[in-house]
Design a protein around this ligand. Sequence first.
Ligand code: 0O2
Ligand code: 0O2
Length: 265
Amino acid sequence: MQLQEWKTILTPYEYAVEELKVKFKNIRKELRRNGDYSPIEFVTGRVKKVSSILSKAKRLNVSLDNIESGIEDIAGIRIMCQFVEDIYTVVNMIKNREDMTVMYEKDYIKNYKDSGYRSYHIIVKYPFQSTKGKKEILAEIQIRTLAMNFWATIEHSLKYKFDHDVPKEISTRLRSAADAAFKLDEEMSEIRETIVTAQVMFEIKSLAIREILDNIQKLNELGYIKESIEFQEKFNKISNVERSEELYEFKEEIENIINNYKRRN
Ligand code: 0O2
Ligand code: 0O2
């Protein structure tokens, strides 16, 4: 197949990966903006390289004519989570979405690979809408913790370095490193509730501070310059105080004042 033909095949995959990345990143944004916990930490994505497609096709005995149905990870999305529990929340989110259809899933966390590899894989069918019409593409979504990702990234690069023939001694060590990474995940799960609560509280406080600063700016724009300076000075004092209640009371106070001024204008 010539380069131009590859480009024609792979371009919709490029766009679809971009779209999917944005969709999953937006879940995180939306939750955090509402002061909720996001099970998604970060998202990456890629289109498989032509050389990797060719070697996988050879390995799986897929002919070039059937490449788009025979190779399911031409489009690949990777979703990283803080905790193992979050992975299953993301899996359910994906299953409930109406813009993609789950074809099948592989739980390499419960059934981890001999290498030590752990992740949850979901193969979805995603209808990509281009100017030329709709094209249904397959995409592989890998969902894993930060610890699983740390391990898989290093192990994957070693496989390439050793051309998939990693010396026994190293693969044995990698296997025990994978188990140690999973132990870390289990330990973190034990204190998940405390961590999540602290993170959410921090997020809510950041949102409150942003709203206060927005409102001080609004007062200024409404022409209440003296008041906006007073509020700014009061905020400078409060923001150094640890007690969040005072901050939330101040937020309400400035909101009420703005509403009153708006009603008057
Ligand atoms: P932000 O504001 O940094 O969160 P892109 O084209 O940039 O949308 P791409 O090409 O997939 O995405 O980039 P990449 O380098 O794979 O990383 C995607 C996002 O994941 C980037 O954030 C990185 O900052 C973030 N990322 C990568 N590695 C880590 C990591 O170890 N920890 C954390 N927390 N984030 C990581 P964005 O989307 O550019 O935005
Ligand atoms: P890339 O793009 O380089 O990551 P296969 O198991 O390969 O015969 P299948 O059924 O498609 O074929 O694969 P699987 O195992 O369900 O998922 C394949 C992808 O999972 C791999 O993609 C890796 O990204 C990841 N993966 C699976 N096993 C391992 C492992 O032992 N170590 C690491 N680091 N990653 C693994 P590719 O094909 O390597 O492509």
